[in-house]
Unconditional design. Structure first.
Length: 278
């Protein structure tokens, strides 16, 4: 990527930011998006641009850009939440929920993510997974069951979103296969055997979550989380995992294929590493 292109991207980010920087959470979540939807769509187009890693690094470590990037990431997350809430409500109210769900523009992405999680987690039909931070629209759990017959438990710490998610699961007639719990990483079902624990992109604080899981899970338990590795999408990941406890060993790293942008990373608790410190 040429330098003048890098300057162009910076200018576009700053221009987009100036249009949304004063939005509050309530305005984004509760008001019609006619006045700001195009600005978030513009950010999505920027994030999809093919940019050299070196140029991304330059932007990441630009002290003037850092607070801007952090705030843009946060606002984009809130706007994404708005989209999930609205789509979840639409599915619940739809005469044919499955037909509407399959028209969701990101449905193919979730099916591909389900394939990656199924492969990386070495899952089988009738296995069970837990998703921490499943949100109001538990598409990963729905996709894993729809494609592979993998059952799931979603854990969501915002009661309103957990309730909405429960209604969606009921509307899709999946209550025998997917259960939603209102709670957080401290709410893991103690007596249920699960084959994989998935940590959602918006689950936080991630370092605290992984520290707790490393100390409390049985040896051999598998976990997964998702990262952005390529291009400008790295700028919009404001909740990276900074410090994986040494009890957890990475055993797989599946790079995405279009239309997916996330890279699933797979860990296993390996108690033999506790004394090695590596």
């Amino acid at each position: 990527m040429k330098k003048n292109s890098l300057y162009y991207v910076k200018d576009e980010f700053l221009d987009s930011y100036s249009s949304i920087c004063n939005l509050t959470d309530e305005e984004i979540l509760c008001k019609p998006d006619d006045d700001f939807r195009l600005h978030f769509e513009r950010l999505n187009r920027l994030a999809a641009m093919d940019v050299d890693d070196q140029d991304v690094e330059e932007m990441l470590y630009d002290k003037k850009l850092q607070p801007v990037i952090k705030h843009i990431s946060y606002l984009k997350k809130i706007y994404g939440l708005k989209m999930e809430i609205e789509f979840a409500r639409s599915i619940i109210d739809a005469p044919d929920p499955w037909r509407l769900l399959k028209r969701f523009k990101f449905y193919p992405n979730y099916l591909e993510l389900a394939r990656m999680e199924y492969q990386g987690g070495d899952l089988k039909p009738d296995d069970k997974v837990v998703f921490i931070g499943s949100g109001p629209l538990p598409m990963s759990l729905v996709s894993l069951y729809k494609q592979y017959g993998v059952k799931g438990i979603g854990i969501e710490q915002v009661p309103e979103y957990a309730n909405l998610s429960q209604k969606l699961v009921k509307a899709l007639e999946l209550t025998d296969y997917i259960r939603i719990i209102s709670g957080n990483h401290l709410s893991l079902p103690a007596h249920e055997k699960v084959q994989l624990i998935m940590v959602g992109a918006d689950a936080c604080p991630k370092d605290e979550i992984f520290k707790h899981l490393a100390k409390t899970l049985e040896n051999g338990t598998k976990l997964s989380y998702r990262i952005y590795e390529k291009g400008l999408r790295r700028l919009l990941d404001d909740k990276p995992v900074l410090d994986i406890p040494h009890e957890l060993r990475e055993y797989a790293h599946i790079r995405p294929k279009p239309p997916v942008n996330n890279t699933p990373v797979f860990l296993v608790k390996d108690i033999g590493r506790q004394d090695k410190g590596d």
